[in-house]
Design a protein around this ligand. Structure first.
Ligand SMILES: NC(=O)c1ccc[n+]([C@@H]2O[C@H](COP(=O)([O-])OP(=O)(O)OC[C@H]3O[C@@H](n4cnc5c(N)ncnc54)[C@H](OP(=O)(O)O)[C@@H]3O)[C@@H](O)[C@H]2O)c1
Length: 366
């Protein structure tokens, strides 16, 4: 098998832990013996557990001597603040002769494993399936480099871009397949963010609701703590054990804070931008908690704020072949732009996907 095919297998292993490794990356590793026979494989299952290379090498044991190690991320070499020892020396001690790497470690302080191994006589091949490997750990890289989560904006709308009828009816615009796709997305990302109007009007649970699926941390942007203590997403009213954060400002009333804390939420007071919690301060607070990705589910005002603040790494638009008409309920609020040349510029990512009657379009910033 070629290096590309083994690396693809590595990525399949890594992705088995999708949504479970934050704030660590998803990593898979494979060990071949000197004859090219698969003798060990593994993946990093969760932060705090063993790294993929170590698992694969342990399975391989003495058969790793003179063999090849494949890994989608450069083996780490640093020791600072770590619960586990670095991998590069373990690779060397196992007697590996050749290391094939997909992507260099995006955290500079953690990198250097490839050079360290090459300097000790190990043949190192880099950049195999690099684009796919980078895509798999895009959230981790964003978090590591920008100090904020990767933000995915999700919208379900009619063909004319509406999220509700004239009377406010919004359930459901898209069909079951599109909705299931959206819920599966929740399980792969660390957090989900909505505005307080959505929390009040839709009263959503914001859970994945799939068998064995993990629920994300649920966050409501709420400057004055208007979230009702009866909201279904609050821990006392929900079966989910996922954390709920109400992101607010210093000006929000303390009495409302007490009621929400009693309902199991964490109230996070942030610096203000205008009258609202500052999104950059929120991003920093989430990154510090190891949240590397978040799904921004709306509504329109919140989508507008994230786009205007440059906090959109991907837009997922579920479009139903229906037209609702009328003046209001577009999916994107905010200030809007005056001239076309000021438009938020995006590019299509991948092909449109049919989900029953609906279509999923994905766009990313240019
Ligand atoms: N189809 C879909 O994909 C979809 C998804 C979600 C929601 N919706 C629909 O959207 C409607 C609600 O949307 P909406 O635009 O009226 O409200 P929204 O975006 O859900 O909430 C907006 C409110 O959030 C608070 N907020 C706090 N920080 C904010 C910030 N940085 N940026 C923006 N808002 C901030 C503000 O209230 P305070 O000033 O009081 O804090 C603001 O009025 C609902 O009817 C719901 O059904 C549709």
């Amino acid at each position: 098998m070629s290096d590309e095919r083994w690396m693809r297998h590595c990525l399949e292993l890594a992705l088995q832990a999708a949504g479970k490794t934050s704030p660590n990356p998803m990593v898979g590793a494979i060990v071949l013996d000197r004859e090219g026979k698969l003798v060990g494989e593994g993946f990093h299952a969760r932060s705090g557990l063993a790294h993929a290379e170590k698992i694969a090498l342990e399975v391989a044991g003495r058969r790793a001597v003179g063999g090849t190690l494949y890994t989608n991320l450069e083996p780490c070499k640093h020791v600072k603040n770590r619960r586990t020892s670095p991998c590069a020396p373990v690779v060397l001690d196992a007697g590996i002769a050749r290391v094939v790497i997909g992507q260099a470690d995006p955290i500079r302080a953690h990198g250097g494993g490839a050079i360290w191994l090459a300097n000790r006589g190990v043949e190192v091949v880099r950049g195999v399936l690099e684009a796919e490997c980078k895509e798999a750990n895009r959230a981790f890289t964003t978090w590591a480099r920008k100090g904020r989560p990767l933000y995915v904006l999700k919208v379900a709308a009619s063909l004319d871009g509406k999220t509700a009828t004239r009377t406010g009816e919004s359930k459901w615009i898209t069909g079951p397949k599109a909705r299931a796709s959206g819920r599966a997305l929740r399980a792969r990302l660390d957090a989900i963010i909505v505005g307080v109007e959505t929390a009040i009007i839709d009263n959503p649970r914001l859970t994945s609701r799939g068998k064995g699926m993990r629920d994300p941390v649920r966050i409501v942007l709420d400057s004055r703590l208007r979230t009702p203590p009866s909201a279904k997403l609050l821990p006392v009213n929900s079966r989910s054990r996922a954390k709920v954060i109400i992101a607010t400002t210093e000006e929000a009333p303390r009495t409302r804070e007490r009621r929400l804390v009693e309902a199991g939420a964490e109230v996070l007071r942030l610096p203000q931008e205008g009258r609202r919690p500052c999104l950059l301060a929120l991003s920093e607070a989430l990154a510090t908690r190891g949240i590397v990705s978040a799904l921004v589910e709306g509504g329109a005002q919140v989508h507008g704020s994230f786009l205007e603040a440059g906090l959109c790494d991907e837009l997922r638009l579920y479009l139903a072949p229906k037209a609702l008409g009328g003046p209001g309920h577009g999916w994107l609020g905010g200030q809007g732009i005056g001239a076309l040349e000021e438009a938020f510029r995006l590019r299509w990512h991948g092909e449109p996907e049919r989900l029953g009657d609906d279509i999923l379009l994905i766009a990313r910033p240019r």
